[in-house]
Design a protein around this ligand. Sequence first.
Ligand code: ADP
Ligand code: ZN
Length: 613
Amino acid sequence: MGHLPPDTPRHRPDRAIDPAEALHRLFGYSAFRGQQEDVVSHVIAGGDAVVLMPTGGGKSLCYQLPALCRPGIGIVVSPLIALMRDQVAALRQLGVAAAALNSSLTGPERAKVRADLRAGRLKLLYAAPERLLMPDFLEMLDGAEIALFAIDEAHCVSQWGHDFRPEYLELAQLGARFPGVPRIALTATADPQTRQDIAHRLALDDARLFLSSFDRPNIRYAVLRKEAPLRQLLTFLRAHEGESGIVYCLSRNTVEQTAAALNAHGIKALPYHAKLAPETRAANQDAFLTTEEGLVLVATVAFGMGIDKPDVRFVAHLDLPASLEAFYQETGRAGRDGLPAETLLLYGMQDLVLRRGMIEQSGAPVEIKQLERAKLDALLGVCETVTCRRQAILAHFGETLAQPCGNCDNCLTPAETWDGTIAAQKALSAVWRTRQRFGVGHLTDLLLGVKTEKIERFEHDQLPTFGVGTELDRKGWASVFRQLIVRGALEVDHENYGALCLTPAGEAILRGKESVRLRRETASGSARTLLKKKAERLEVAAADQALFEALRAERARLAKAQNVPAYVIFHDATLAAIAAARPASTAELARIPGIGASKIERYGAAILGIIAG
Ligand code: ADP
Ligand code: ZN
């Protein structure tokens, strides 16, 4: 990637470019989205900006267009090589002189980028922070005309976030060293602490803040009680045959086992985790991002940041994420192209205990633990809510959604609640009478009246609570205990093997001062129907299907020939629009969203040929 393809048109910096015209002619888009226009004109005018936009919101355009419209080169700081590679490939498809500078380049490639930079032949240069900050590189920039600095994935500067990169802190010096060059920091992180950190640590306190809604209306949310994870996952995946998606698991073992099990069931799946050999990891990532369509990637959270793939159609969590922020970011990798996407979270008692335990035993400072607890609790709240999940999620990020969304499981199949006051009192009484020293398993035995060795050893069959809970089964009690923990009536003592203890809220319920409504768990039957209820798919009419497939095949061929991901050539949505409109001329083709001048020049004839049959 260190050299310009010979056919890349050279940019002429002397000619002022109008952003709206460039949007249309280069990118093939008819209008700006959301706050793009405001950001673009602010930065073109030389202003600094902090841009908070959800994944798929269209952040790239916010710095790419100003870089094209201002004289000089736009320098983009990006933390990941894969991300740079895709962005550069996509820009070159648009005919923009773009390059990347990172550790994957050979010596001669690096020299070529430098020569192009010195000669003013580049319009956009992506660089890893540590490269950019090397003294000789900064010196080279001193002599260049710089259009702007864009700091992508700006949350990497914050220690509160999950992707902290110490090198990002050094980027604060850019403002002083290059006065007058606008800086724009961008992130999709919705976490309030991280947001505050970004402006401050990048010395962008005076920058204008552009805050968009973090809602992702095309993503469907569903949370199910974890029963038989593999079976539940298979049901979910059957509704997504031929589509790409990610399955997140907590441990490497689960990743390996799940990937193997999926393959055994005829679903193409590859594992991804930190302990794989680097070549295997890179190959699996590449297969998912670039070379194979319809692949399931089973991964730990090691996979994800900067995953630019626009057509990830689903994200499933087999284990509970650490926080609502993590959940939102991971599910946010679905549906960047704005087309319908589905998510599934499986969640059970064990997850809850495990996650709480991980925080308590982490050895982190007290304030951090406090914060992590709050973030986990926010996720648990979303898991347990009986009303719209999207409303609950957005509320946590400080946004109000006026109406229930109609695109989450609770909206689609309203949850039932029941008066759980008596059941809660029985459960709490079992905790109290066993002196707050036992976990859910033993307490359930007690309530059900099961004479285990442990029950007899502690003479718990002598207690008045012994056998008073036969109206529920084990799953029923697990659900009651879990909901009592989440609502803060019980606490898990992680120093003491997960023993449950009463809290003041629990005592109030036990004394009959408060009543309790509990969520009735979805019976497996209806869970299956829910899983099978597909979100609407990309609309391709039956009559257009054959043409759509022919276009996809051509796209795959073009992508392979150039060694770029298929989606940098055309998105599915663009191909679907072509199949529906059947343009007969270049002029008609130019009206399809996502087709700019360069794409017409490169692929117009091939597409029109396929349409003509
Ligand atoms: P982000 O970086 O915020 O996740 P991207 O910059 O990758 O988002 O943009 C997400 C998708 O939206 C991309 O496929 C991009 O081509 C598309 N897009 C961005 N801006 C527009 C626009 N104004 N009109 C149509 N599509 C757009
Ligand atoms: Zn909803």
